[in-house]
Ligand binder design. Structure first.
Ligand code: HEC
Ligand code: HEC
Length: 245
């Protein structure tokens, strides 16, 4: 008897339990959805991205003296974190379709946007220590990889001034590194300004000579022991070989 009277009560509690579960379930789903939205908002925040990028930019700074980084070095150290994969809507590296309309804006607009920031693109890619010329080199490097025809501002010295001249950069590198062997002809090095010693070496052309000297040759150490950029080393080879022409 008592069992029969309890049965409807149990059904009511089960039904109530289901209603409570459904309500709690909906509440949890709603909460999940909103917190998911919050997470996205944080990912898209320029400041958050820039803050996370900062150590990357700083570690790159030690690869080359400040102001001397090439476009490739800046790209690989900083810009790649977004532009490598096309993160946050950035035009992807090497993607001519994505870069085409941007390249069409022209050099001045592109560099201005990269310097000052543009929507989700942080100013200087979040690396405040980049010089304007380093940043412009990276813009040219990325633009050219996607079909652009920009000229990277040359590496070395005062921005846009006479010191940016490769001849000046080459002389500086020569006088600080190469002079140790090439001034006197130590260890069989072709002597500075010695036309007869240089003539047979210059026959294959500058590109080939730069390649050989970059790798090293017998007593000539790779890059002559110079630790700077390829562009600066090339300038030194040019300075050295021009003096023997
Ligand atoms: C935090 C991510 C991020 C980093 C790092 C970053 N960019 Fe960008 N960049 C973007 C985004 C996003 C856009 C697209 C912005 C838009 O069109 O709304 C963009 C666009 C650009 C553009 C095109 C601007 C235009 O007018 O269309 C250039 C040029 C550029 N970036 C250069 C650089 C350079 C150079 C670096 C490295 C020094 C760099 N970016 C680093 C996110 C980034
Ligand atoms: C430690 C001494 C030393 C230093 C420092 C040095 N060189 Fe050399 N370099 C040599 C020697 C030795 C050779 C000749 C190697 C041979 O032909 O066996 C040579 C050859 C060269 C050549 C000719 C390569 C060829 O194709 O025949 C170039 C170009 C050159 N050096 C450039 C440089 C530059 C630029 C620097 C400075 C960044 C530099 N060297 C620093 C020792 C040096």
């Amino acid at each position: 008897m008592s069992n029969e009277t309890k049965a409807p009560g149990q059904i009511v509690s089960i039904l109530l339990g289901i209603v409570v579960l459904v309500v709690v379930g909906i509440w949890l789903l709603a909460k999940l959805a909103t917190s998911g939205f919050d997470v996205n908002a944080e990912v898209m925040s320029k400041e958050a991205v820039a803050a996370r990028l900062k150590p990357v930019g700083e570690s790159v700074a030690s690869d080359a003296p400040p102001g001397m980084r090439t476009g490739e070095q800046v790209f690989k150290g900083i810009c790649i974190s977004c532009h490598g994969a096309g993160l946050a809507g950035s035009p992807k590296f090497g993607d001519a379709a994505a870069w085409g309309p941007r390249i069409a804006k022209g050099w001045d607009t592109l560099t201005q946007h990269a310097l000052q920031g543009f929507n989700a693109m942080p100013a200087k890619g979040g690396a405040a220590d980049l010089t304007d010329d380093e940043l412009k080199r990276a813009v040219a490097y990325m633009g050219n990889a996607a079909g652009g025809k920009f000229t990277e501002p040359p590496v070395g010295g005062a921005e846009g001034g006479a010191a940016a001249d490769p001849a000046v950069v080459g002389k500086k590198v020569y006088e600080s590194v190469c002079v140790a062997c090439h001034a006197s002809g130590a260890a069989g090095a072709p002597k500075f300004g010695d036309k007869a010693a240089w003539a047979p070496r210059l026959k294959p052309g500058l590109d080939e000579v730069v390649k050989i000297a970059t790798k090293g040759l017998n007593a000539m150490p790779p890059k002559g022991g110079f630790g700077g950029s390829d562009a600066e080393f090339r300038a030194a080879v040019e300075y050295l070989t021009n003096a023997a022409k």
